[in-house]
Design a protein around this ligand. Sequence first.
Ligand SMILES: Nc1ncnc2c1ncn2[C@@H]1O[C@H](COP(=O)(O)OP(=O)(O)O)[C@@H](O)[C@H]1O
Ligand SMILES: N[C@@H](CCC(=O)OP(=O)(O)O)C(=O)O
Length: 375
Amino acid sequence: MSSSGRNAVRAARRVVVKIGTNALTNATGRFNRAHFEALGEDLLWAAQGRELVVVSSGAIALGVERLGLPARPKDIPGKQACAAVGQSRLMQAYEEAFGKADRRVAQVLLTHGDVQDRRRYLNVKHALERLIEAGVVPVINENDTVSVDELKFGDNDTLAGLVAGVVEADVLVVLSDVEGLFTADPRKDPNARLLSQVDAVTPELLALAGGSGSLVGTGGMATKIRAAARVTELGVRCLITSGAVPGRLRSVLSGEPVGTLFETSGSRRSARMAWIAHALKPKGKLIVDPGAREAVVTSKRSLLPSGIRLVEGDFGRGDPVDLVDEQGQVFARGLSSYDDGELRKIAGLKSADIESVLGYRYLDEAVHRDDLAVL
Ligand SMILES: Nc1ncnc2c1ncn2[C@@H]1O[C@H](COP(=O)(O)OP(=O)(O)O)[C@@H](O)[C@H]1O
Ligand SMILES: N[C@@H](CCC(=O)OP(=O)(O)O)C(=O)O
């Protein structure tokens, strides 16, 4: 195992720590105060000499407890109500933990809509940068009370991955209730083995990951691995480890070989390409022929209307669309140069024919290379 990655983690200046519901609650889903105190000490330690951003789950679980409900509600308004009640308790806990060393925290609640539009994405970035500059620890969560369905990130692993990209962190630490990524779900398989380092996220690796083994967690290991895959592409190392063991965060940030380290990948995406690939939710699909797939994936070319077989969805110019091959596999995401109605008319045609069919022409490309991220 290479130690360079661990050394880089030890040297990290800007760190995003994601704290899952499982790391904050006990087996019955109640807030574990004694445990949180230990975690708070670890976070304070981590914030010394580093720029720290926290992405914290727990609002719904704390709301369930505060409202005295027997279980986590399954309906959306029930979850929204719990999140509203629990979020203020959650912040109170962080205020107290960081207040011990007179450190300031700031509540930042995001919805997916806040990063869908490039201008709003940059607004989020600028606000976070200013907070960090001022020595404040942003404590970020999804705005569960107002975000439903298509507005949702859905789980905080995805949100934390996005935040790590937005603030250009050196490391993303994901604190859960397991020591890291195992060869199988350790709750179910006693022979499961911890993987200390992952150099590339392959489909086989994703297959190791099950959903959440608990009643309170949301994404399980799969969303954590996907988040790791996304951030490592951006040059951000990712570590998954247990938040249930006091001192784990310190060990990780001291470069000790605990948890699972996801190493950065060789090729890096630009911030804009990462935004296209990961921050956007597609509004439509362009099903393309094998030649067009080859041109986009292998030759790194634009998608021309001639390669489009079928257009699905309702989207405008500049909206995100998925590029899908004839087997149904999504292989790229980009911003469409035309709306769906226009693309339906020019699909399969040569660029030279666009003007005679539409009566005008914006670009020769349906999705320009500069607006296209291969996944
Ligand atoms: N291959 C695996 N390695 C480790 N944990 C796994 C794996 N597959 C599934 N899991 C489950 O993922 C859970 C952690 O995810 P989750 O419950 O969403 O927690 P969190 O609240 O920290 O996000 C673990 O408790 C474990 O049961
Ligand atoms: N935003 C939600 C948590 C969503 C989530 O992903 O939870 P988890 O899998 O515990 O990190 C909350 O605060 O309850």
